[in-house]
Ligand binder design. Structure first.
Ligand code: CP
Length: 307
């Protein structure tokens, strides 16, 4: 039995197979409509979510399976003090696979050690978000036709943004990736990402605070929201929340074939006037999230690919 707790739980070859499967699902959805008949997915969400929870649910329904679960800690027995370890032992009796989001870093790992069903980390605190990373990799590969030889700008809250941490971890395994890390000094990437991931892999990267300066050289711009819920003090959040706003004027500085991604939800960091630009790919990215989660459920349940 396998879990997905970290984007590195799959090798580069396994990731490529999973993305290939997601691509086939996109092209031939009807072929997959019954591959999970009789299977159940539990969604255990201790933190708010729109895309991750509902795309997991859509994914399992598209495969012919069914879903059960809760969408907040308050509506589960966590509110009465039940531990993650006890909850997952019980859920293992009800479902075949589960996706868990939790505000505490490492909670899905605790669940996996007590589970008899595959556990998928659907986001743990400011730590990792591996299924968003698979979504991002599928988006980049589909839009640019490759996962190597790219200059990727990551902009916004690089300190608390778990999608950024997971994506950097995954992308350093591909050839000739260059990162332009754009943030205010207070929201720079954590030290362990800089030292243990980027420097340890000899990756070419710069840390800057000026988005305009970076725009002309980027193949992908990955915008992120300032993570209000992870700040200790509201004053800091208010000071930093609108530090970057991508608008039409800034888009004029970008290459014609650059794409903008964003894990969403957005607040103010991408002006709605950018949505109609053909390079704005963040809603398409949310669609890719369904295909990749369908492929992931099939892979972890060891469901045969139909002919
Ligand atoms: N991208 C993402 O994780 O969105 P949700 O918080 O809505 O699930």
């Amino acid at each position: 039995m396998r879990h997905l707790l970290n984007p590195l739980d799959f090798t580069v070859e396994e990731t490529a197979q999973l993305l290939d499967l997601a691509g086939d699902i996109e092209r031939n959805p009807s072929k997959y409509a019954h591959v999970c008949d009789g299977k159940k997915l539990a969604t255990l969400f201790y933190e708010p979510s729109t895309r991750t929870r509902l795309s997991f649910e859509a994914a399992m329904l598209n495969l012919g399976g069914s879903v059960l679960g809760f969408s907040s800690a308050d509506s589960s027995s966590a509110a009465k003090g039940e531990s993650v370890a006890d909850t997952i032992r019980v859920i293992s009796c009800y479902a075949d696979i589960c996706a868990m989001r939790h505000p505490k870093e490492g909670a899905p790992l605790v669940a996996a050690t007590h589970s008899t069903i595959p556990v998928i980390n659907a986001g743990d605190g400011g730590h990792q978000h591996p299924t968003q990373t698979l979504t991002d990799l599928l988006s980049i590969r589909s839009l640019k036709g490759r996962l190597d030889n790219l200059t990727i700008g990551l902009c916004g809250d690089l300190k608390f943004g778990r999608t950024v941490h997971s994506l950097i971890n995954a992308l350093v395994r591909y050839e000739n990736i260059r990162f332009v890390l754009i943030s205010p000094p207070e929201l720079r990437i954590p030290e362990y990402i800089r030292e243990d991931v980027l420097k340890a892999h000899n990756i070419d990267f710069v840390e800057i605070d000026n988005l305009d300066e970076a725009m002309p050289e980027l193949d992908i711009l990955y915008m992120t929201r300032v993570q209000k819920e992870r700040f200790f003090n509201e004053e800091d959040y208010i000071r930093l929340k609108d530090c970057y706003i991508l608008d039409k004027k800034k888009m004029k500085l970008a290459k014609k074939d650059m794409f903008i991604l964003h894990p969403l939800p957005r607040v103010n960091e991408i002006s709605v006037e950018v949505d109609n630009d053909p390079r704005a790919a963040y809603f398409k990215q949310a669609q890719y999230g369904v295909y990749v989660r369908m492929a992931l459920i099939m892979t972890l349940l060891e469901v045969e690919k139909p002919c």
